[in-house]
Design a protein. Sequence first.
Length: 259
Amino acid sequence: MAEQPRMAAPFPAPPPFYKHFTKHNATQLRQLRKEAGIPSHHDQDATINTSPEPRDLDTLSLPAELRYLLPPVPPTNHQFKAFGILHDLNAPTPALADPALQIEQLYPSHPSVRLNPQSHLISLARSQLTTYLALVGAMSQDAEQWPLYTGDLETITFNMHDLINQYRPHQARETLILGMEERVAQMRGEIGRIGEARGKVQQLLEGLETAGGGLGGVEGGVGGMVGEGGVEDVAEKKRRARQRAAWAALEEDMGRHAD
């Protein structure tokens, strides 16, 4: 019986050094940093570091299982490698106007297109869908015709990305304006609520003054609670009850606004 072919894995296996990222190794590395007087990365982020390069342990002085836990050194210039590809931070953003790209521009060059690219993006999206359907139909008849349609799809996609990138500065400004307007509306709402609380407090104080002469009425009422023969005056008891109710309402209202 012939040997069955082995199924290839849908995704590549992770690098073998991932096994070193354990809690035990992380605790051991943290202890070594503490003994060397080197703050952890959390502490370095919380404090201002004036040194040109952050201090850390020497990689060669660590055991093999701890070396992979040290983060790589930050790039010293504007160039760095990722997955074998060299990236330049100072490289200009590619645009359709770059002669090296040799991509046809499918939308007008008028400045108004930057501020209102919606109609052109919709047209390009429809052209992209139509071209894709044409590609499917052509490949069902002759599979050798795919380069013609895929080139058109690439040109349409590049034009859509270029329009979106040109619109991003305007989008950032509009987002900032919306955030500032929301903040202004929030502050105006807070001012309005403070004014409402002030009006309620003022009404309660006026009610206290009308009922018993304000705070002076309260103090005077305490001295005159007891009349001749030790019998409380009925009017004084009513006034005291109104004052208590007013103070209770005031405390309740102030507590509600404090919450």
